[in-house]
Design a protein. Structure first.
Length: 138
């Protein structure tokens, strides 16, 4: 019986008329359009994903650069504050050096100069005392 059924299917013939041909043509056309749409969607998806990856990578690299610049700015601001403090200190020292009394006091202290009627006594530093006591014990 199985063989008999096979024969029946082989004997069936498709109709050859305008309606069947137009339906087959329409089916082929719609199948081709579906394939085209899928290809377009695939290309569009790939293009969109590439653009998205580029945008994300650009954002990440810009954030990294921004963090580096912010760190550099903080370092420069710290150095600027130090330089301003040093400038203030030097301005104060310049103002002091313009005073004759300060210069005289500085000369007496640093170069052991004396004023009229003054006697200068030098007291050894503690390091010198320690060195002398070490030499005496040996």
């Amino acid at each position: 019986m199985v063989k008999r059924q096979k024969r029946q299917f082989n004997n069936v013939r498709a109709l050859e008329n305008d309606y069947v041909r137009s339906t087959e043509t329409h089916a082929k056309y719609s199948k081709k359009q579906k394939v085209r749409i899928r290809r377009r969607l695939l290309v569009f998806g790939l293009l969109a994903s590439v653009i998205l990856v580029l945008l994300v990578s650009t954002t990440i690299s810009q954030n990294k650069r921004l963090a580096e610049k912010q760190e550099l700015k903080e370092d420069v601001v710290t150095k600027l504050d130090e330089v301003k403090e040093q400038q203030d200190m030097l301005s104060l020292q310049i103002a002091k050096l313009e005073d004759d009394e300060y210069i005289a006091k500085l000369a007496r202290k640093e170069y052991f100069l004396s004023d009229n009627g003054e006697i200068i006594f030098t007291i050894p530093d503690e390091e010198e005392k320690d060195e002398k006591s070490d030499k005496n014990s040996n």
